[in-house]
Design a protein around this ligand. Structure first.
Ligand SMILES: NC(=O)c1ccc[n+]([C@@H]2O[C@H](COP(=O)([O-])OP(=O)(O)OC[C@H]3O[C@@H](n4cnc5c(N)ncnc54)[C@H](O)[C@@H]3O)[C@@H](O)[C@H]2O)c1
Length: 261
């Protein structure tokens, strides 16, 4: 597992905006980006968690609701005005609420809320990050999708899955559109990660947890640091020819027919 402090400093002097930096994958990535030398802009709706992330990583905190166009625009403006560039956008904030379930029981309000936070937010973040990157002639955008954008689950979260499919398609198209301007856009597809979001879901439904774990060849869920290591690769020039990709970090789930005993 990638728990040690990384020795490489691939992001020195780069400015990275991370949404959902207060917790889970976003927090682990803020730590990793900072360890690799980046100026970290920690964006979150949760003020105390976001402030703590910024303090720990030596970056700045911007309170933002990623569903609000004006707030998202202000986020990237603040990043640019503070550090002079916007080199990396990790558009990662997302929700997985319990009222998003089977299509038979999920109401329209629950559906809409998940679409707003998980998909519209990525549209807004890309819309407001790309102009800075075009001016620089360089940039790396990583949008958090999920392995459920690639595979169906009978234990459905219908709006979540649909939102992540949207993130995948949008990332692919943006990666193609802006490739010749030096901007790469990739979709990160994590498998289940040991984070508060998943812990909350599975604490309510241990049977659902067990049903999922059996499909992971690695026999365990990912640690946030393992996802952060993949994000740092996508953010850095080490991935300079990786674009419009569906970047799976799933412990082998998508490749499995049966799992080892
Ligand atoms: N945990 C998993 O197993 C898993 C697997 C695949 C994909 N993902 C995706 O990874 C991303 C991060 O998930 P996580 O597990 O780290 O979640 P988390 O709940 O630990 O962290 C999410 C963060 O986003 C913030 N946030 C929520 N709504 C927001 C809003 N409207 N505006 C700004 N910030 C907001 C929260 O305050 C929180 O700090 C999500 O997009 C999630 O769908 C997670």
């Amino acid at each position: 597992m990638t728990t040690e402090t990384p020795v490489c400093r691939r992001l020195t002097g780069r400015t990275a905006v991370i949404t959902g930096a207060g917790s889970g994958i976003g927090l682990a990535t803020a730590r990793r980006f900072a360890a690799e030398g980046a100026n970290v802009v920690c964006a979150d709706i949760d003020e105390s968690a976001g402030k703590a992330a910024a303090a720990e990583t030596g970056g700045i905190f911007v309170q933002v609701d990623v569903t609000d166009s004006e707030q998202v625009e202000a986020l990237f403006k603040t990043a640019y005005e503070t550090y002079g560039s916007v080199d990396i956008a990790f558009n990662n904030a997302g929700i997985s609420p319990p009222d998003d379930d089977s299509i038979l029981t999920t109401g329209i309000e629950a559906w809409k809320r998940v679409q707003e936070v998980n998909l519209t937010s990525v549209y807004l973040c890309c819309k407001h990050a790309i102009p800075y990157m075009r001016r620089q002639g360089k940039g790396s955008i990583i949008n958090t999708a999920s392995f459920v954008a690639k595979m169906g689950a009978a234990t459905s979260q219908i709006s979540y899955t649909a939102s992540k499919g949207g993130v995948l398609a949008m990332s692919r198209e943006l990666g193609v559109q802006f490739a010749r301007e030096g901007i790469r856009v990739n979709a990160l597809c994590p498998g289940p990660v040991n984070t508060p979001l998943l812990k909350e879901l599975f604490a309510k439904d241990p049977e659902r947890a067990a049903r999922r774990l059996v499909h992971v060849p690695a026999g365990r869920f990912a640690e946030p640091t393992e996802i952060a290591a993949a994000v740092a690769f996508l953010a850095s020039d080490d991935s300079s020819f990786v674009n419009a990709a569906e970047f799976l970090v799933d412990g082998g789930i998508a490749g499995a027919y049966v799992t080892p005993l």
